[in-house]
Design a protein around this ligand. Structure first.
Ligand code: ADP
Ligand code: MG
Length: 180
């Protein structure tokens, strides 16, 4: 039961070009609802902003997304509001969060946070974690749902992916099980 639950709440996908990572972001973005939080983890250049640009497109955001590294927080209107945060400069973002930004998480908005580990305590507990790593043009994307809401979103994403044979598919169940 435990192992099965673990499988359902995690998903690993490999991409071989930025466009694929964007396409996965778009697929997830199309399924997100106000109140959802996506927490992005991974080093500089891992693909967090690249993934988010697709996610914004999937949410119906018209504009190209900027990197919020220096801006700390960018706001967009799509099907619902998108707050794109970046905690690279964690202390600066924490100031903003303390000055009222965190209260806006209660509004009808999707939150996507880069360097999410640095401000984890400010984020909704039930969030979809995505860790990116790799080199060259290869990236490994590992999704992990931290609660019921994010697990439902991950399941929707998994089904949408299955119906999109042109996109990279998850590592098989056996591989995921080995990783525990
Ligand atoms: P981060 O926000 O994590 O610092 P960015 O998304 O800004 O990273 O940058 C990722 C860089 O890696 C971009 O220049 C992108 O074109 C490149 N890249 C190469 N291959 C991939 C891939 N498979 N997925 C995502 N980005 C990739
Ligand atoms: Mg970035």
């Amino acid at each position: 039961m435990g192992a099965r639950l673990e499988l359902e709440r995690a998903l690993e996908i490999a991409t071989t070009a930025p466009e694929q990572t964007v396409a996965l972001g778009r697929l997830l973005g199309a399924r997100l609802e106000a109140g959802d939080c996506v927490a992005l983890l991974g080093e500089l250049g891992a693909g967090k902003t690249t993934f988010t640009s697709g996610l914004g497109a999937g949410m119906g955001v018209d504009a190209a997304l900027a990197s919020p590294t220096y801006l700390l927080c960018c706001e967009y209107e799509g099907r619902c509001r998108l707050l794109h945060l970046d905690a690279y400069f964690a202390e600066r973002l924490e100031s903003l969060l303390g000055e009222g930004l965190a209260e806006r998480f209660q509004e009808e908005t999707v939150i996507v946070a880069e360097w999410a580990g640095r401000v984890a305590e400010w984020l909704p507990e039930d969030r979809l974690e995505l860790t990116l790593d790799g080199e060259g043009e290869a990236r490994r994307l590992v999704f992990r749902a931290l609660g019921e809401r994010s697990a439902a979103r991950l399941e929707g994403f998994r089904q949408a992916l299955r119906a999109s044979p042109g996109l990279p598919q998850p590592a098989d169940a056996a591989g995921a099980r080995e990783k525990g």
